[in-house]
Design a protein around this ligand. Sequence first.
Ligand code: SF4
Length: 233
Amino acid sequence: MAEQIDAPGAQQFIPPQADTLDQLRAAAAGCQGCELYRDASQTVFGRGDESARLVFVGEQPGDMEDHKGLPFVGPAGRLLRKAVDDAGIDPGHLYLTNAVKHFRFELRGRRRIHQTPDRVHITACRPWLVAEFSRLRPELVVVLGATAAKALLGPSFRVTRQRGELLPWPASAQRPEDFARVPVDSAGKVADAPAARLLATIHPSAVLRADDQNTAYEGLVADLTVAARALAA
Ligand code: SF4
């Protein structure tokens, strides 16, 4: 019989008065919103500046990210940085995060093999994404792969069909109301989030797994070039 997954969700671990990403990051270190915290080394929260013009949302930390506590520092992260560079995006403009903030894996011998997060993990961890976005004011959100697309855009969104298209943000979100209002002061006053756009593309790990890595990489760079032009416009 399959193990029953107990996933109360992250919401109860988010301090209602958190004013900064650093406060959210500190609170996320103690999250037990789903069972993934048990086997992973640590929570891997987003990194970058609150004023970042682009927010990249990936799937989950990998083996190296889990050890270092930072997102996108493994092989897929290196490839993403190269693609960002080749697309002409200023790397100083980025905030990088993941839909799920603990590494999900299975042990094979001594190796930890990546496992795609289930819907229950994506749903449990989504409150951290919503909380991060409440502190960010991006002009463009870049969704990397199917897991991030499910977290932000819902299960019916297909990256393969709509990659490289500029969509309105937060109007294209699965629940736009989660992202539509943002705090403007520490007294709890809120205002409409600035209108932005969203673009979906493949996860850089899909390039590393592709039979034809050159073509897959060119496709990733082409999508990110759309993002770069949108920022420049
Ligand atoms: S994956 Fe997300 S919801 Fe689950 S324990 Fe980690 S931070 Fe909390």
